[in-house]
Design a protein around this ligand. Sequence first.
Ligand code: F6R
Length: 608
Amino acid sequence: MCGIVGYAGGDQAAPILLKGLAKLEYRGYDSAGVAVYDGTSIQVVKTKGRLKVLSDKIHQGADLSGVVGIGHTRWATHGKPSDVNAHPHMSQSGKFAVVHNGIIENYLSLRNFLTEQGYRFVSETDTEVVAQLLDYFYEGNLLDAVVKTLGKIRGSYALGILCKDHPDCIIGVRKDSPLIVGLGKGENFIASDIPAILNRTRDIYRLEENEIAVVKKTGVAIYNLDKKIVEKTPCHIDWDISSAEKCGYDHFMAKEIMEQPKAVRDTISPRIRDGEIVLDDIRLTEEQIRNFTRIFIVACGSAYHVGVVAKYIFEQYTRIPVEVDVASEFRYRHPIIDHKVLVLVISQSGETADTLAALREAKRLGARTISIVNVVGSSIASESDDVLYTWAGPEIAVATTKAYSTQLAVVYLLAIYMAEKLGSMSKTDYRFYISQLESLPDKIQEALNTKEHVRRLADQFYRSDDIFFIGRNLDYAMSLEGSLKLKEISYIHSEAYAAGELKHGTISLIEEGTLVVALATQRRLFEKMMSNVKEVKARGAVVLGVTTDNNTQIEKETDCAFYVPQICDMMLPSLAVVPLQMFAYYVAFLKGCDIDKPRNLAKSVTVE
Ligand code: F6R
């Protein structure tokens, strides 16, 4: 989704802004622009298309002189992708330039009001009203104008503001959309995400809701809406810079797939001590765990698919009934929730608008909330009662891989932990499952080692028009993720079905040569799955089976197969997902798709 960078320092701003925006490209965007104060006025250059188009237009920034500026990558919501709708947006007077992530919900009424006041609008965006409102309220005091403007706008926003009368500073402000302030030496920044500034500083402030940062070369001051100074403690980012670089891989997605053993190990290891699961990051008492009558799991996209796996895991281990909901549905369906309900919210970014809204709804209804989040200090992490971080490191590719795997790892940790407290799992099983969990990183590595085989099969099937994924039970949950991964990056039409459900309609779509990926890792359901394989083969399907090592029986029933290492059935999803991710990657690679930035998609979906 949209990206923001702002710079106030001693160097030329434009090249720094372009470099920062390049680090945010992974979020997905359709146009880009920069605004720099050149000593006399604010110069804006913006264009539809890739950042390279913008960069070429201003000769990598050399054409724009000035040491203070803001930049933006836009993912269209209000108004199609176009030069004029790209950010920054100027006020009619030329006094203000604004970049914005999020949505101004009441922009139409504000636009009407401002039009009546004589303001003319040039774009179709909601953002332009912010620039004009700032101008409307401005009487010489910038902070006053910002606070008055914030008092009028409704919705979600991270804003970067440049004012011609205060050319030494940029303003950053946020509500329901993330924004950080970077603290450099003789230079300071704003950014919607850390990678944008990581090559210049590692010290940051995370802005909280409605905080206003006044960022100058000489220092940063943070105010609240009462215009009182807010004291904040800087936070040091200790990621390896290579976490935000491709390090020789063709794509971030390939790198992130290969990083899964480490990401899962980093997530699990600190939480298993002397053979016990220790979750000292959450404050759930045994009594609270015993009192839960139900668990709701709420998330979007792949994180929702983790939730579908988690339902089986929690119900099996804890015997507490679980409901899984897509966050955008949960928030409007009046869920039956009280203080005896645990709501688990899963999100890589911690900023997904629907998931955040669902979390707020759950809290409003009195539920106990725990989030499983990757981005430290994100909105969902801050607002939930407890947070279990996935230590996946920054995930740059739009299609999630290592975040998915670490979310799943946290689900196992939490479910086994709760089961032990509830007494629903014997001590022997508890120890067994912990040992299985500890073996996961190495087994994921073994699964990754089959990549050449997966690539060969991708080579065989990448020209397919339709690909079906089927499975039962946990394999069905995996089918959902395998299918999403494939379609989102390769643009091949794909559907996931519970294998037993296919014959209730969808089997009519199977014709001679249709590829069906049949997941058959669950031992007790293997025979049933093979019956479903026979059904599709009888209609002409080509079947690619997925099962565990040494289960060569699958070769009698299917045309080809992926094998994953043996582990307890409950943890097989963590291994089965690996060849599915690699298959999607190689298919998209062979089709020449823009793998890290698939069309129309955004990394962090901060609008409803
Ligand atoms: C798919 C994918 C998305 C996200 C979804 C939720 O590969 O990445 O489906 O899983 O948009 O995002 P988060 O986890 O940031 O809430």
